[in-house]
Design a protein around this ligand. Structure first.
Ligand code: ADP
Ligand code: MG
Ligand code: MG
Length: 890
């Protein structure tokens, strides 16, 4: 295998091998754009290094050969004493991981070559500035020296000079700094800063390899669900210099606004600066229109290139560029991250521009973005106390207690507090705090700052650059422009769509996208710059291409009506246990449970029957013409009885008063009798129907009578009866025989021809494994993937999520909870197999899934793949499921 590719050898399709940065540098090179020459070491080389602890044997020679070729192209030699070639060593994995892995600039500078650079550039200050940056970056990222040590030394020099600006330091100051920095390296890394350029290069390459497994990188991958075994590529790129003076500089730009998606370029530029200066927010940047005034020629060229890139990638691109003495260089591009609203707007704009089709537009948005657009917003009518305003960096309405460091953010959020992380600016060390927080507020930095980029990537609310806020992280507080002090723990609200910051908790209202689904968006209302129209166009397209139908989990008319408005094509799960709650009904259920003779039991069932029937009439009315799957009673009975402790106390008190209550005593006995060690695996589901005579028959009768009533009233009820927790076909057969008898009776009594399908849930491993047999007695399956996940893994959901899931996630045992996204290999394999076996027995077997996975994007794709007919999810998730079912089909 070839481990090194010149920029001229790669292209954008080689991201697996060259990483995103390397693949796109190659793509730009091939487009003829001005990219400084260089080469990329592949992810394969990194994998070998990480697995074996050393480079693959041929790598050294390959690097030497490419370096030689680069030296020939540039007409300079790496680290040469009279005219040195300098390079940057840059990480770049398949997926962009902003700020996750560090870049080292100016490799090749040493005590001798710095003199060559002085001579060649005629700029002594520049040469020493470059050298001090190298020692600093190399010391920190390659040799592991605490970054603060360098920063403090730099601050000291500035303080001694009476300035806060790097630019006020002259060559002599910087030369002194190099000396100090080298001493810091020696003291803290236990070795000298390497003077041999090739050694610098090799050590930097290894450091990039190693950074793949840094804690920060691992955390980010887990958060973003990026696989841990991809490894990173390393780019070695000849240096161009933005720190050569006022006619030089460096910047970042987007071909459209990544926050709103509106057309028009957007960017930040900093003159006389290098590398990360722009995103670090250390000096204030200027906008691109300012650059136009400073350097019209470079600006025009930049605009042309951005247009070329947009047309070429047919998408929003972000870029990093440097101007060296009036010459523009492109240092990076990629399809840029964007907010959810921007994603929808841009996709539709590109369709209108004829650059992509609707399938592609659908492909470019996703369900979690749509879910974000459905989050509530701050109420504009509310009485609010505004205390500041920054840049709207990542939308959302976040409320929480102000905290000023990552550690506190994590600690407080673990104990259930909602927090807003407030920082002057963030850096990669703040990542876990950002994850834990509801939102992020910074006082420095623009839309391209670390906080903004990372928050957008995570879909987290962020306001950055709220400059009038004086953030004091040491004292854990910030001060507003009018001198008001907000301390740690004070409630604040931040609006990532407007950049406004408020004191206290601002109330929220529904988003326009929700109003669109609800049908309450009045004509002429603010369309949010075309956002609602864009959602409408894309989701309509999803509906036209998807094969999976989408149903709702709903058990009352209100939810059913909402589900219909959101586009549900039926109810996939109506839980009847909710119909057994409420004072009056509960009493009858108690009576049913306590009954020790047929007469008592029948009396209770007789009261419950009409109540249940009314519920079903309402539901069938709401869902007229659409299927409604009603699940017979599922939960363990003790859930309907009083709490054992409370009841014991009541009985004990009554006894002490010598006034025992007969009923309470019997109740307590029943509670004891029904108490189970593992209720999840106890007397529930079909087992209830088998041991409590008449219970299921009553429920089936209520369903049948309700359906008959609706039919007689001219309606079109489509009831389906579903038996939960079946493990073997024998259980199902018994219940089925009983149900069929009831249906026949109701049919005879009402004269209505009822077509009510009888089916079962598949939620036990045994049911999944014997699906072929079970299908003999079932007209449909609905996969209950919540219980199936519990029983396949042997996890009790309520217990494991709190106790050890975090540890499992941290150890990478799974990247995401199997309760959130279906475990394809385990639970999913059972689903796939049961679908195949069930259909062998009964080709027209209808297959669906209820349970939370039905509204989870990844899981929806899986259910599409294994050929289910529908997914069912909570009403609010229906748009997400529709969208993802469409995406799965294209
Ligand atoms: P990240 O992945 O964090 O964006 P990069 O590898 O893009 O890291 O490097 C960060 C910055 O360093 C770039 O945006 C650019 O400004 C600067 N840089 C990297 N390589 C070079 C180079 N060869 N010449 C000049 N500047 C460079
Ligand atoms: Mg970059
Ligand atoms: Mg279940």
């Amino acid at each position: 295998t070839k481990f090194v590719f010149d920029f001229t050898e790669g292209n954008r399709d080689l991201k697996d091998l060259l990483g995103g940065k390397g693949a796109n540098l190659a793509e730009m090179t091939n487009l003829g754009l001005p990219v400084p020459p260089g080469f990329t070491i592949t992810t394969e080389a990194c994998k070998v290094y990480l697995e074996t602890g050393s480079e693959p044997a041929p790598l050294r020679d390959e690097v030497s050969a490419h370096l030689k070729a680069l030296e020939a192209t540039m007409g300079k030699k790496l680290g040469n004493a009279t005219d040195p070639l300098l390079v940057s060593v840059r990480s770049g994995a398949k997926f962009s991981m902003p700020g996750m892995m560090d870049t080292v600039l100016n490799i090749g500078l040493s005590d001798s070559s710095v003199k060559g650079l002085v001579k060649q550039s005629g700029n002594e200050r520049f040469a020493w500035d470059s050298y001090r940056r190298l020692v600093q970056m190399f010391g920190k990222t390659v040799l592991g020296v605490e970054g603060e040590l360098f920063e403090e030394a730099l601050e000291d020099v500035k303080r001694a000079k009476g300035t806060v600006n790097d630019l006020d330091l002259d060559a002599a100051d910087l030369k002194g700094l190099v000396k100090t920095f080298k001493k810091i390296v020696k003291d803290h890394a236990g070795r000298d800063f390497p003077q041999d350029p090739r050694e610098q290069l090799d050590l930097a390459i290894h450091a990039v390899f190693d950074s793949w497994n840094s804690d920060r990188a691992k955390l980010y991958r887990r958060q973003e669900r990026i696989p841990h075994d991809l490894a990173t590529a390393v780019n070695v790129c000849s240096m161009v210099f933005g720190n050569l003076g006022e006619d030089s500089g460096t910047g970042v730009a987007f071909t459209r606004d990544p926050a709103s998606g509106h057309q028009g370029v957007y960017g930040d530029y900093l003159s006389n600066a290098q590398g990360e200066d722009v995103v670090a927010g250390i000096r204030n940047t200027v906008s691109l229109s300012e650059l136009e005034k400073l350097d019209k020629k470079s600006y025009d060229e930049l605009m042309n290139i951005m247009q070329t890139l947009e047309n070429h990638y047919r998408d929003l691109c972000d870029i990093e560029f440097t101007i060296e003495r009036g010459k523009l260089w492109m240092l990076q591009t990629r399809v840029g991250k964007r907010t959810a609203a921007a994603a929808f707007r841009i996709a539709v704009q590109l369709v209108d521009q004829g650059l992509i089709d609707l399938d592609e537009a659908l492909h470019r948005v996703n369900g979690s973005q749509l879910a974000q657009l459905m989050f509530p917003r701050f109420d504009e009518e509310a009485k609010v106390e505004r205390i500041g305003r920054g840049i709207a960096a990542s939308p959302g309405a976040a409320v929480g207690k102000a905290v000023f460091d990552s550690y506190t953010a994590v600690k407080w959020s673990r104990s259930g507090e909602k927090v807003i992380l407030v920082r002057r600016e963030t850096n990669p060390d703040d990542l876990d705090g950002m994850i834990a927080a509801q939102g992020i507020l910074t006082s420095r930095g623009g839309k391209t700052s670390h906080a903004a980029v990372v928050a957008r990537g995570m879909g987290k609310t962020c306001v950055c650059g709220a400059e009038e806020l004086e953030v004091d992280t040491k004292k854990r507080r910030f001060t507003t422009a009018d001198g008001r002090v907000v301390e740690e723990g004070d409630l604040i609200s931040i609006d990532g769509s407007t950049g406004k910051v408020y004191l206290g908790e601002v109330p929220v209202v529904p988003s326009p996208v929700v109003e669109y689904f609800e049908g309450t968006l009045h004509a002429g209302a603010d369309e949010e710059g075309g956002l609602v129209k864009a959602v409408h166009r894309i989701i309509s397209h999803a509906d036209s291409v998807r094969r999976l139908r989408v149903r709702a989990n709903a058990d009352n008319a209100e939810d059913a009506n909402r589900a219909r408005r959101y586009g549900a094509q039926g109810i996939g799960l109506c839980r009847t246990e909710h119909m057994f709650l409420g004072e009056e009904r509960r009493k009858e259920v108690e009576r049913l449970i306590l009954a020790d003779n047929d007469a008592d039991r029948e009396a209770a069932l007789e009261v419950l029957l009409p109540l249940q029937k009314t519920d079903f009439v309402e539901l069938f009315t709401a869902m007229d013409g659409l299927p409604v799957t009603v699940r017979l009673l599922d939960p363990p009975l003790h859930e309907f009885l009083p709490d054992i402790t409370e009841l014991s106390v009541r009985v004990a008190l009554a006894e002490a008063r010598k006034d025992p209550n007969e009923n309470d005593l019997r109740l307590l006995q029943a509670v004891h009798r029904l108490h189970e060690q593992n209720p999840m695996l106890g007397l529930r589901g079909v087992r209830l129907g088998l041991v409590i005579p008449g219970l299921f028959a009553m429920q089936v009768r209520a369903i049948a009578e309700a359906a008959a009533e609706r039919k007689l009233a001219g309606g079109d009820p489509r009831a389906e009866v579903m038996i939960p927790l079946v493990g073997t076909v024998q259980e199902l057969e018994i219940v089925r025989d009983e149900a069929e008898k009831v249906l026949a009776e109701v049919q005879a009594a009402t004269g209505v021809n009822l077509k009510i399908a009888l089916g079962t849930m598949i939620e036990l491993p045994r049911a999944a494994v014997t699906a072929g047999q079970i299908a003999e007695a079932a007209e449909f399956f609905s996969f209950g993937t919540n219980d199936l996940t519990q029983t396949v893994w042997g996890f009790s959901r309520d217990d494991v999520e709190a106790s050890f899931f975090t540890a499992y996630l941290e150890k990478g045992i799974f990247g995401v909870s199997p309760f959130e996204t279906i475990d394809r290999d385990g639970v999913g394999a059972l689903v796939r197999n049961a679908a195949i076996e069930g259909r062998k027995t009964r080709p027209d077997l209808k297959l669906g899934v209820c349970g939370e996975h039905g509204g989870d994007p990844d899981s929806v794709h899986f259910f599409h793949e294994v050929g289910l007919d529908y997914v069912s999810c909570s009403p609010f998730r229906i748009p997400v499921a529709r969208l993802e079912a469409g995406r799965a089909a294209i």
